[in-house]
Design a protein around this ligand. Structure first.
Ligand SMILES: [Zn+2]
Length: 467
């Protein structure tokens, strides 16, 4: 499997630290708002990295952090007049809902920054002791000039003069000493920790160093994020972690590009800022958005327009029809035409082989999708003509299922018949406007561990998250 490594800027053959296992850390959301579709493109990218490893038979140990304390979450909770915990739990819940709708696999563990303060303090104390960090009036800062490899990921140079910065997100043009621990001030309200350091709270960058180390070890295989995190966030993570452990922090840095909207950077003031809820309200299936992301390379900027989303919505419906046709087969013809069966098998196997090559070519999702569609064409031509026999059916079914393990463009859960029956009954009740009964049934379904997501003209069943 080949991946483009930002560290060194070249495509490299992947070699794990431990045979058969991949340690993967992905920089998770700051939970101060609904995720916008640009954030969600990144989450789908993470999902594809992880699924690509699984497709190749690796066991993936995947950690994602939830940033539930930083400048933005504190400001947001103060504005809403709720505690930081209540505020961040609200948006964490919405975030998980979005992932579920986009068929993003659950990470092995989601870990909150506020649950790992002790580890952060431990790192900060050692960095101070060894001269990598120093105390200022308002907190503890990392001295970037002390770390000789500073800039090795981003190419950012430290030029004689540089400043000190307490904000979590800062100037992308200049290196600066950054805050590891910020002493409490009145804006922080109830948000502070004490422990081994003076009353305060962690900076954003130290969170990821601490959580990666705690859950995955000193050196990990892969660390992912969006391109805007290369500097300063990931550069700072390297400086903290490598000064602390004296070992290489990450072997492969893999970064996903941004999403534009109508050719522009997304921003609230430009009125081109969309969440998944906005797309759903316009009647789109979240998986159409996933399909759009898959159709382009994670390393290219992608321009989102509603026009193109409409095309993917149509494609998604076609996928749905083919998969349903495949699943509805109850009778098989036993044909004597062995030649046609062999041809189909050979053709399908070669498509699967090409598919795998594309996945392993730095996640060429666009090409892998085209092979998936070629198998769907085979399904359409065989199944819809009633020309399928059992062996052909199994060949096709196994191929699309295997491809979908990576693509995740249709929901592949094995849902018990009982739940399907209940859902259909609920649909019927809703259509006859018996909403109270329908809601009762929905609750019953939820009690059995499933949740229903209603879409415009379709419905999707998904398994509940077990937190
Ligand atoms: Zn991070």
């Amino acid at each position: 499997m080949e991946l483009f490594n930002t560290l060194g800027r070249k495509t490299e053959r992947f070699k794990p630290i431990k045979e058969g296992t991949v340690t993967l850390y992905t920089c998770g959301p700051t939970v101060y708002n609904y995720a916008h579709i640009g954030n969600l493109r990144t989450m789908i990218f993470f999902d594809l990295v992880r699924r690509a490893f699984e497709f190749n038979g690796y066991r993936v140990k995947h950690i994602m952090n939830i940033t539930d304390v930083d400048d933005k979450t504190i400001k947001g909770s103060a504005e809403m007049r709720v505690s930081l915990k209540e505020f961040t739990e609200l948006y964490t819940g919405y975030f998980f809902e979005d992932l579920e709708k986009l068929n993003v696999e659950k990470a092995g563990k989601y870990t909150k920054a506020t649950d790992n303060i002790e580890e952060m303090q431990k790192i900060i104390l050692k960095l101070m002791k060894e001269g990598y960090a120093y105390e200022a009036d308002d907190g503890i800062y990392y001295n970037v000039s002390k770390f000789k490899d500073y800039g090795k990921l981003s190419g950012m140079k430290i030029n004689g003069k540089y400043s000190r910065i307490s904000n979590d997100e800062y100037d992308k043009e200049n290196a600066a000493d950054f805050a590891l621990w910020k002493y409490w001030d009145v804006n922080d309200g109830e948000v502070f920790w004490t422990g081994k350091l003076k009353k305060g709270r962690p900076g954003w960058h130290i969170e990821c160093s601490a959580m990666s180390l705690k859950y995955l070890g000193k050196t990990i295989d892969v660390h992912c994020g969006a391109v805007d995190l290369i500097f300063p966030h990931h550069e700072n993570e390297i400086a903290q972690s490598e000064a602390y452990t004296k070992q290489r922090f990450v072997n492969y840095w893999v970064h996903g590009e941004h999403l534009l909207v109508n050719g522009q950077k997304m921003s609230k003031s430009q009125h081109n800022f969309y969440t998944l809820r906005d797309l759903e309200q316009q009647g789109f299936n979240p998986l159409a958005f996933r399909l759009m992301i898959l159709d382009s390379s994670y390393r290219n900027k992608l321009d989102f327009t509603f026009e193109s989303l409409k095309r993917y919505e149509k494609t998604l419906k076609k996928i749905d029809i083919s998969i349903k046709a495949l699943n509805k087969i109850e009778k098989y013809e036993e044909k004597e035409d062995n030649l046609s069966r062999m041809n189909l098998k050979e053709k399908t196997e070669s498509l699967l082989e090409e598919f795998k090559k594309a996945v392993n070519n730095d996640l060429d999702t666009h090409t892998s999708l085209s092979h998936f569609f070629a198998v769907l064409d085979l399904i359409d031509s065989r199944v819809n003509n009633g020309r399928v026999d059992r062996k052909e059916f199994e060949t096709l079914r196994d191929a699309v299922a295997k491809m979908n393990d990576f693509l995740g463009v249709y929901v592949n859960y094995q849902i018990p018949q009982e739940i399907i029956d209940m859902t259909e009954k609920r649909e019927a009740l809703r259509k006859t406007r018996k909403f109270a009964e329908a809601d009762g049934l929905r609750r019953e379904i939820e009690e059995k561990g499933y949740s229903i997501i209603d879409l415009q003209d379709n419905f999707v069943l998904v398994k509940k998250y077990n937190e």
